[in-house]
Design a protein around this ligand. Structure first.
Ligand code: PGA
Length: 266
């Protein structure tokens, strides 16, 4: 239940959500092999939304297998325009009907592909316009944390990336708090770090959209999530699940979701 943080005015039951960000791993054939390995177990878990985010070229191959189940799909990125001369890009219209979710503003996109808060925001607004649910990533770098700038960086990212969204549809928004220093390093944040960041994200969104709208927003923790720590993060009242990288490429992903279900009591 929300409300425990003191930033949510309405009690809303948020469905926990765990997403697997495969990054640049598993082409169509490998993707099918892996999904066949985990799908029965994945489909059998209820009470937690389960989202697979393969590379774009593997989305259809995975969708072929997940279609009869309630396992959802997400893209790892998209452009905000519907079509046109944007070589190499994929549009929301192309994703629609295949995916329900799209990860936006992952720190790797911000760091290696120059994505700014302004661009991420255009993408997030486009996702809403096309009924794709954005999983928008925010998170500070190690030097920000060491310099005591975590709050400032998160504030800037939330205000910039999540501006001008439809307040009445914030139940479709997922915000992933992913401290950059925790991604792929085996060094997860502490639960206190995650709790503080999630509370800050909720408080900032409450300023922007009002307390009631924000009660429906789901916040994930991401960064070195494993089957061993997923339950601790999911036990936090302001955290609704996780965004998983490396461990989502293994059957361990199923165990992460089981731990999440158990921690949330669903
Ligand atoms: P990781 O990646 O779980 O491998 O740390 C998380 C992410 O980048 O979403």
């Amino acid at each position: 239940m929300s409300g425990a943080s003191g930033t949510s005015g309405t009690d809303v039951r948020r469905v926990p959500i765990v997403a697997g960000n495969w990054k640049m791993n598993y082409g169509p054939a490998e993707a099918q092999t892996f999904v066949k390995q985990i799908l029965d177990d994945l489909a059998a878990i209820s009470g937690v939304e389960r989202v697979l985010c393969p590379p774009a070229i593997s989305l259809l191959a995975v969708e072929n297998l997940t279609r009869p189940t309630d396992v959802k799909l997400g893209a790892q990125n998209m452009y905000f325009e519907e079509k046109g001369a944007y070589t190499g890009e994929i549009s929301p219209l192309m994703l629609k009907g295949i995916c329900q979710y799209v990860i936006l503003g992952h720190s790797e996109r911000r760091a290696y592909f120059g994505e700014t808060d302004e661009l991420v925001n255009r993408k997030a607004r486009s996702a809403f316009a096309h009924n794709l649910r954005p999983i928008v990533c925010v998170g500070e770098q190690l030097e920000d944390r060491d310099a005591g700038r975590t709050e400032r960086v998160l504030t800037e990212q939330v205000r910039g990336s999540l501006a001008n969204l439809p307040a009445e549809r914030l139940g479709e928004l997922v915000v992933a708090y992913e401290p950059v220093w925790a991604i792929g390093t085996g060094r997860a944040a502490t639960t206190q770090d995650a709790a503080d960041a999630a509370a800050l994200i909720r408080a900032l969104l409450a300023e922007m959209y009002g307390v009631d709208a924000v009660a429906a927003v789901r916040v994930q923790y991401g960064g070195s999530v494993t089957a061993a720590n997923a339950g601790e993060f999911a036990a936090l009242p302001d955290v609704d699940g996780s965004l998983v990288g490396g461990a989502s490429l293994k059957p361990e992903f199923v165990e992460i979701i089981r731990q999440t279900a158990q921690a949330k009591g669903v």
